[in-house]
Ligand binder design. Structure first.
Ligand SMILES: Nc1ncnc2c1ncn2[C@@H]1O[C@H](COP(=O)(O)OP(=O)(O)OP(=O)(O)O)[C@@H](O)[C@H]1O
Length: 336
């Protein structure tokens, strides 16, 4: 398709633990189109950040196989110098914690200028300053001239995240990766930052990968969603389909744990167990099976494949055809 910006195929990222490599991202395939927000959702430890860092080429000691085609170029195995020239220019990243993403010893104006010096060296000093003020204005910072001179600690958390976003979009990247961009912020500020990301998507027509564990954020922002569990994508669909007709037991469990809170007298659904550690991850069979022990073994595939349940709606393992909640009504259909 013409507007496909990023095509990830069979990506496997493995980390060395003791003497062996263990895949944190395991055979992931995903596309992101221009002007589209793709959310990656899953519990802590499901491999979301490992996937984002693989795209950014920020894993030094990991073994990476598969392809990450960005604008036609494979990023896997790209020499660091070439990756450096893409990072911050064509691909921007917004990190979870703005305080650790910013240099505490530098005024914010100079930090945004750094991104411009690196990738747009032909700009004069005056043009750079002008561009920084323009960027601070674009991300909704009042009195940008004054904020230019501030150190990060002089700003609120929301303002700091706006500065991080200004750095990420300084060179008008084609792809923006936002890794839990609102997790460290107050709820009211979260909404403002999400609004800003959506607005910027339209301004610069970027494709966005939004990593989150928060289904509310997903519902608010995403065009398409990939649900990750234990290193694999277990379900992928457009946002409407995923929320109104979720199929994989993990997706349904995630939704159940949110939607039941909307009903005042119902108890919160909790998913049994935790995401296994990399070393202890069962590599055979359905990885979610241990967390739904009431579903019979025969319902799972030995080597779970992705099935196209409907056009554009993919689900891993046949167990989705047999899944039910043991002790409650399945009410996990999102109300739009
Ligand atoms: N550099 C590393 N070396 C070894 N193991 C790692 C490394 N980075 C991540 N892992 C492991 O890979 C798995 C996936 O981690 P990852 O951080 O990608 O999960 P996540 O879904 O982003 O979780 P969170 O929301 O907590 O960031 C985890 O088991 C984690 O411990």
């Amino acid at each position: 398709m013409m507007d496909e910006l990023l095509q990830i195929e069979h990506l496997t990222t493995s980390f060395k633990i003791s003497d062996d490599y263990y895949a944190a991202v395991d055979d992931v395939s995903l596309t992101v189109r221009k002007n589209e927000i793709v959310a990656i959702v899953g519990e802590s430890g499901s491999g979301k950040s490992a996937l984002a860092f693989s795209i950014m080429g920020l894993h030094n000691r990991a073994s990476i196989t598969g392809t990450i085609r960005f604008n036609g170029q494979n990023l896997v195995g790209l020499p660091p110098s070439k990756m450096n020239s893409l990072r911050g220019k064509e691909i921007g990243m917004i990190f979870q914690d703005p305080l650790s993403a910013l240099n505490p010893l530098m005024i914010v104006g100079a930090q945004i200028e750094e991104a411009l010096i690196l990738h747009q060296p032909s700009l004069s000093k005056k043009e750079r300053k002008h561009r920084v003020i323009e960027l601070l204005t674009q991300v909704g910072i009042p009195s940008p001239d004054l904020v230019y001179e501030n150190y990060p600690h002089e700003l609120s958390g929301g303002m700091r995240q706006r500065v991080v976003i200004a750095i990420a979009v300084a060179n008008q990247p084609k792809l923006l990766i936002a890794d839990e961009p609102t997790t460290a912020l107050d709820v009211t500020i979260q909404l403002q930052i999400l609004d800003l990301i959506r607005k910027l998507k339209n301004d610069i027509e970027a494709g966005i990968i939004l990593i989150t564990h928060d289904l509310g954020v997903v519902a608010e922002m995403a065009d398409r969603v990939a649900v990750m569990y234990a290193g694999q994508i277990v379900e992928m669909a457009d946002i409407y389909t995923l929320l109104s007709n979720p199929k994989h037991p993990y997706t349904r469990s995630l939704l159940q744990s949110v939607t039941s809170t909307a009903e005042p007298k119902s108890t919160l659904y909790t998913i049994q167990g935790i995401v296994p550690s990399l070393k202890n991850l069962p590599r055979q069979g359905c990885r979610f099976a241990p967390r739904i022990p009431w579903i019979s073994e025969s319902a799972h595939e030995e080597q779970p494949e992705m099935h196209e349940a409907a056009p554009g709606h993919y689900v891993r393992c046949s167990c989705y055809n047999h899944f039910y909640f043991p002790d409650k009504e399945d009410s996990n259909v999102w109300r739009f």
